[in-house]
Design a protein around this ligand. Sequence first.
Ligand SMILES: [Zn+2]
Length: 260
Amino acid sequence: MSASIVSRPCLAAAAASRARLVSRAARASTASSSSNDKLHAVGARALPIQVRGLAQIARAKKGGFLAEMEEAKAEESGAKVEFTLPLSIQKYPHVSLRNDNKIIGVFDAELEKLAQAMFKIMYETEGVGLAAPQVGVNYRMMVYNEAGEPGRGKEVVLVNPKIVKFSKTKDLFEEGCLSFPKIYADVERPTSVQVEAQNLRGKKFKMTLDGFEARVFQHEYDHLDGVLFHDRMTDEVLGSVRGELDALIDAHPAGEPKGV
Ligand SMILES: [Zn+2]
């Protein structure tokens, strides 16, 4: 897989470059489909760990028992989403990007309303994916549409998603993030993932994602664990965007915590 392939999860992809992104995504999807049979069980080795955001990544890795306990609790108490419209995109280093995100237990009209509002702001900001904590709503939910335009592509809403398998094969894509305006950099991720999730009515389902869709999903999934894309950059890549990160911290002083 070429390192030059560009993908821009939850990012402001300019209209002019959208066709290029989609065609590249389609190519990436085709190229990686052969790696489907190489999926393996999630384990400690599956996550490409960098040293930053360690607490969030460690928490994500605990998975299993803690996640089940939390899920059982949520089902018992029926965690219902709470939000205020209109939504707005929270920029790094806003605290909502690092907060814990609750498992959703109530599947009602409010949840549907949140999904629609998330798509609306995602399209308005020219993104292809958006996770609820990015709009200050700390629940485990994401939306995406690879085409990045209403009426085109496939709108996907995933509630309480889990990754059950990662592919062994990984690739390097240039990512952006709506919470990090104007920052684009290479991030390594598995090329394919198997996912379990619920839809807006609470129905559970499984799916296998490849190529650009797998890339977008994993970027958004990280948001649900409070992991941000620069947590996964190499030191060299991080160094190349350090100035822009510092500028964001200066531009959004109300957002705690400061720094990485
Ligand atoms: Zn993002």
